[in-house]
Design a protein around this ligand. Structure first.
Ligand SMILES: *[C@@H]1O[C@H](CO)[C@@H](O)[C@H](O)[C@H]1NC(C)=O
Ligand SMILES: *[C@@H]1O[C@H](CO)[C@@H](O)[C@H](O)[C@H]1NC(C)=O
Ligand SMILES: *[C@@H]1O[C@H](CO)[C@@H](O)[C@H](O)[C@H]1NC(C)=O
Ligand SMILES: *[C@@H]1O[C@H](CO)[C@@H](O)[C@H](O)[C@H]1NC(C)=O
Ligand SMILES: *[C@@H]1O[C@H](CO)[C@@H](O)[C@H](O)[C@H]1NC(C)=O
Ligand SMILES: *[C@@H]1O[C@H](CO)[C@@H](O)[C@H](O)[C@H]1NC(C)=O
Ligand SMILES: *[C@@H]1O[C@H](CO)[C@@H](O)[C@H](O)[C@H]1NC(C)=O
Ligand SMILES: *[C@@H]1O[C@H](CO)[C@@H](O)[C@H](O)[C@H]1NC(C)=O
Length: 912
């Protein structure tokens, strides 16, 4: 390289690093590993940005799952995940996590293990347009290795699972299990199950009736070994010899914790510079039948949907094992779509981060069942059921389905039909005479017992203010009835499918009349399950009911009943006038949503205006959205120290936040709610009439999503001050984060596309050393242009300007604004790499990562004391010692983990 070339090269290096390689900025407290169903749901903690790969994976409720993965490099073993507590005199140490990335379908960790980079990809495909794929209860773990010093290294990989996947914590000491290992020309798999499964039963959120599979493809000239033995035996064998003994299974069936049987599959790559193809394990948790379904007293059992294609679990497994490459391709395309859509709304990537964390979480709360039912009366249809994960075992909780609605609308609105069908057919049956909608169809997932009516409840579980709970009749019927009407119209509009509206018109009309006759305008003495507030005259609740009446008007129109259309339409119009006069503060500056009881003491988050944005209603004038946007925008102020760091509370927050802005309001100690609802904040962001305020509010949510100072996962409800989870860990309610992508008719954006294409052409057309410079320039241009657009567009960029709902607006009608600050596909190609941002190479590790790892390698204590001694006479004692250490560790971890999460067991959230 001549001196002349230096500057250009320098620019190329520094700028392409700046543009293409983003250092990890998103640090969630836990990341999903294998999550496909409510019962195949494994996570790992990354609290405090933990960079050691020495953590136990855990089930979503924080109970440890035995699952471990080692890589052995030149005789030294490193954990890629899992912690088995081997004493320090073994040649085993933890790997160092160089980077963690989360996409909607994948969690990817690059782990340094000696002179090797191991990239671990946890793939849980999401494909809501293919019910066979979406219902397959299998997840992939793929490892790619590459030498970091250019030299060949002797490499072996190992992964095992224990029986802890088979039942909940409280039963593990007593449940006996059985197992077998099957080898065919294509694959080898371990299969394990409880000796006495209990159909449709759970213990501690884990099912007691499933079969676990651990599998790997054979062939490809790979040296694969497997075994079944006690954990210490198999793991030690691998650490010492780099493989296990496929001909030495211990098939003495016993209980899960007795000499801990584990089920490893190991691969010996020999001496290589890199793995040409990834090493892929398939992990499955299969239940068939999956749902016990009672309709009008008739019991049927429903099978998982994939059985329409694969009659047996083995056939499904065989497909899954053979499909990794294809699944990965689909996953990358899926992720790229989400990336593009999210970047249109929030170019800083923060929305994409949150959607990446939420997507698998929401889809993993579902069981998709096949049309062939085993039972007499149950007719022939596809049904999907949602578990109220993060809270309890309710089946298809309507308020959670409503919160998650934007995600379903975004990905594939047709998927809502099988989710709604069971709710509707259950309530349409002759045995149901309730005038209002049920809140769910069972309280013991996976048993669907029938509609649960709110009035049957004496205590509202979720978020009741304790001092009020005896005074409230019909606690949540109003909210759930409104939710159902809004969801039904949303499905019809976005899926272009009015079949449910026709089939259940009578039911919808009954519900609308309930809202009208009893509760529509001013829901006295009703708790909204949205927010748990016991407030008579909740303005949020009232406006949702009015939108529900407007939804009924549109439902009537789609079904062609003109008289009803006029009636509900005019009722909604007149109610909204009253509502506006009462619910909005009299002052324009600021204009806040107040309660309806005349006092303007407190403000609420206006999240229930979102149905207008989503469905294209015109009940609330655009100018009011603009005023609210300005006023709430002034409240957020995350950087001022006085504002909200982690999103906005749904009612005015506690006084301890200090000056909360323009409002000087006496604090009412009985009316302070510190909980922040993730979905309702995203709904609010979607209604904002200004992109920068929207981005600002989403940014505060991201601060919470990326806050790893506590051990809590991204939850549905959390504390506004501390950012600590209150409730709803792993809840599907996080689907609400898609609200900013699901806005009907968003004017003012569409004419920006030309300019952006110009930029892409420029960026795409250049080559060589100036690419980085131009990319910088493009960024600058983008930035300036965005500012210009903002100034031009002003506050007109959002909801509610359509005068008439468009019945069949195809998929989210969010205005096609191109990804202004993102290099185009062409850019990546011409730059000579097909690498998209989420595939981009990582930054060189900063700081002391390599020293840490090298320290492990050269640590003399890490050399095994008995490296060549094999299993000698003292083995028994030694293993006993090891065993008790491991058991202690597990017990401590489990007590610790469970103890930290009391509210999953139903304790009330925090109020002050
Ligand atoms: C396969 O791997 C095992 C375990 O590391 C090793 O003992 C064996 O020699 C290998 N076989 C071949 C053919 O390389
Ligand atoms: C299999 O494991 C059990 C439990 O650890 C043990 O009692 C038994 O001796 C083992 N069998 C063989 C053949 O090693
Ligand atoms: C189930 O529905 C499918 C398609 O709707 C139909 O072809 C089939 O005949 C039905 N089977 C029964 C048993 O009703
Ligand atoms: C299915 O549910 C019904 C009613 O909830 C119950 O009576 C029945 O025992 C359940 N069946 C099984 C196999 O658990
Ligand atoms: C909606 O469905 C109708 C009838 O099924 C069809 O004619 C129409 O083209 C569809 N509209 C869109 C936008 O797909
Ligand atoms: C139209 O609806 C109103 C209100 O439901 C009802 O009073 C009236 O009889 C209906 N008219 C017809 C022609 O159905
Ligand atoms: C609904 O009511 C609004 C306000 O009164 C009116 O402008 C609109 O035309 C009505 N739409 C229908 C379909 O009746
Ligand atoms: C290993 O990973 C580090 C950090 O991501 C990266 O800088 C380095 O280039 C990688 N090495 C190889 C050979 O891929």
């Amino acid at each position: 390289m001549t001196l002349l070339h230096l500057p250009a090269t320098f620019i190329l290096l520094c700028c392409s690093t700046f543009v293409v390689h983003a250092a990890q900025t998103f640090w969630p407290a836990a990341i999903p590993l294998a999550i496909r169903t409510p019962y195949l749901n494994a996570w790992i903690e990354t609290q405090h940005g933990n960079l050691s790969s020495n953590e136990f994976p855990f089930f979503w409720n924080r109970v440890i799952l035995g699952w471990i993965c080692y890589i052995r490099v030149d005789g030294m073993s490193y954990t890629l995940f899992g912690n088995n507590g081997f004493p320090s005199n073994y040649s085993l140490t933890s790997g160092f996590v160089l980077e963690t990335r989360v996409t909607p379908t994948r969690t990817i960790q690059v782990i340094q293990a000696g002179n090797v980079n191991a990239t671990v990809t946890f793939l849980s495909l999401v494909d809501p347009s293919d019910l066979v794929r979406q219902s397959l209860p299998f997840a992939y773990t793929a490892v790619d290795v590459v030498s970091t010093d250019g030299q060949s290294h002797d490499i072996q990989l190992y992964s095992d699972i224990s029986g802890e996947w088979l039942c909940g914590l409280s039963e593990r000491a007593t449940q006996e299990m059985t197992w077998s290992t099957t080898e065919s020309s294509d694959m080898v798999y371990h299969q394990l199950q409880l000796a006495q499964p209990s159909p449709f039963q759970e213990a501690d959120q884990q099912a007691s009736d499933g079969t676990v599979y651990h599998a790997m493809a054979l062939g490809q000239g790979r040296n694969v070994t497997w075994q079944t033995c006690e954990d210490t035996v198999c793991r030690k064998e691998f650490i010492l010899s780099g493989g296990v003994n496929s001909h030495n299974n211990n098939d003495t069936f016993r209980n899960i914790q007795q000499d801990w049987p584990v089920f490893p599959i190991s691969v010996n790559l020999g001496s290589v510079v890199s793995s040409n193809d990834p090493i892929v394990w398939v992990l499955g948790y299969v239940r068939n039948p999956s749902i016990n379904y009672t309709l009008s007293g008739e019991v049927a059992t429903l099978r998982p949907y994939y059985t329409v294609e694969y009659a047996t679990a083995e056939a499904a497994l065989e497909f899954a094992v053979s499909d990794f490459n294809n699944s990965l391709t689909l996953a990358k395309a899926f992720d790229a779509e989400v990336y593009k859509a999210a970047s249109n709304v929030s170019a800083d990537g923060k929305l994409y981060d949150m959607l990446s964390l939420a997507t698998r979480q929401v889809y993993s709360s579902l069981e998709i069942t096949a049309p062939q039912a085993v039972g007499e009366q149950t007719n022939n249809m596809t049904r999907v059921f949602m578990k109220d994960m993060g809270y309890d075992r309710r089946v298809t909780p309507v308020e959670t389905l409503y919160a998650a609605l934007p995600m379903f609308l975004h990905y594939n609105a047709s998927f809502l039909k099988p989710l709604l069908e069971p709710l509707l057919e259950q309530q349409n049956s002759s045995t149901n005479s309730s005038p209002y909608a049920a809140k769910d169809i069972g309280d013991s997932f996976p048993v669907v017992s029938g509609p649960t009516l709110a009035s049957e409840e004496s205590v509202e579980r979720k978020n009741m203010l304790s001092h009020d709970k005896d005074h409230i009749p019909n606690l949540i019927s109003n909210t759930e009835t409104s939710n159902m009407l809004i969801i039904a119209l949303a499905h019809a509009q976005y899926a272009n499918d009015t079949s449910l509206l026709h089939d259940y018109y009578g039911l919808f009309k009954k519900w609308a009349n309930y809202l009208l006759e009893q509760n529509g305008q001013f829901p006295y003495q009703q708790s909204s399950i949205d927010d748990g507030m016991i407030s008579s005259n909740s303005s949020n609740l009232a406006v949702k009911a009015i939108f529900a009446l407007q939804a009924m008007a549109d439902i009537s129109r789609l079904v062609g009943t003109d008289n009803d259309t006029r009636y509900y339409n005019s009722t909604a119009s007149s109610y909204i006038s009253t509502w506006k006069s009462l619910a909005l503060s009299s002052s324009d500056d600021p204009m806040m949503l107040t309660t309806l009881n005349g006092s303007q003491d407190t403000w609420s988050l206006p999240y229930n205006l979102y149905p207008q944005t989503m469905l294209g209603f015109s009940l609330v004038e655009q100018v009011l959205f603009e005023k609210l946007t300005v006023s709430y925008g002034q409240q957020i102020q995350p950087s001022s120290g006085d504002g909200f760091v982690y999103g906005m509370p749904i009612e005015e927050a506690s006084g301890s936040l200090g000056n909360i802005g323009l409002l000087t309001i006496p604090k009412n100690p009985h009316f302070i709610f510190k909980g922040v609802f993730t979905a309702w904040n995203a709904f609010t962001a979607a209604t904002f009439a200004n992109d920068s305020v929207r981005t600002q509010l989403l940014g505060t949510l991201w601060e919470y999503a990326s806050n790893n100072q506590t051990n809590d996962r991204f939850s549905a409800v959390y504390n506004v001050e501390s950012g600590q989870s209150i409730n709803g860990r792993s809840s599907p309610a996080l689907g609400g984060l898609f609200a900013p992508l699901v806005r009907s008719g968003s004017p003012g954006h569409s004419n920006s596309s030309l300019h952006s294409n110009d930029i892409e052409t420029i960026v795409g057309g250049v080559v060589g050393g100036i690419i980085g410079l131009l990319a910088l320039l493009a960024l600058l241009l983008c930035f300036l242009r965005r500012r210009m657009i903002r100034q031009i567009v002003g506050l007109s960029g959002a909801a509610g300007t359509r005068t008439e709902p468009t019945p069949f607006a195809p998929v989210p009608a969010f205005a096609p604004r191109p990804p202004v600050c993102l290099p185009s596909e062409k850019f990546w190609r011409e730059k000579g790499t097909s690498t998209r941002p989420e595939e981009a190479p990582l930054l060189p590790s900063t700081g002391n990562s390599s020293t840490t790892s090298n320290a492990h390698v050269s640590n003399p204590l890490a050399i095994p004391l008995e490296a060549n001694s094999g299993l000698d006479g003292s083995r028994q004692d030694e293993l006993l010692g090891l065993r008790s250490e491991i058991q202690d560790l597990r017990r401590i971890m489990n007590v610790h983990l469970v103890g930290r999460e009391p509210s999953d067991l139903g304790a009330p959230p925090e109020y002050s």
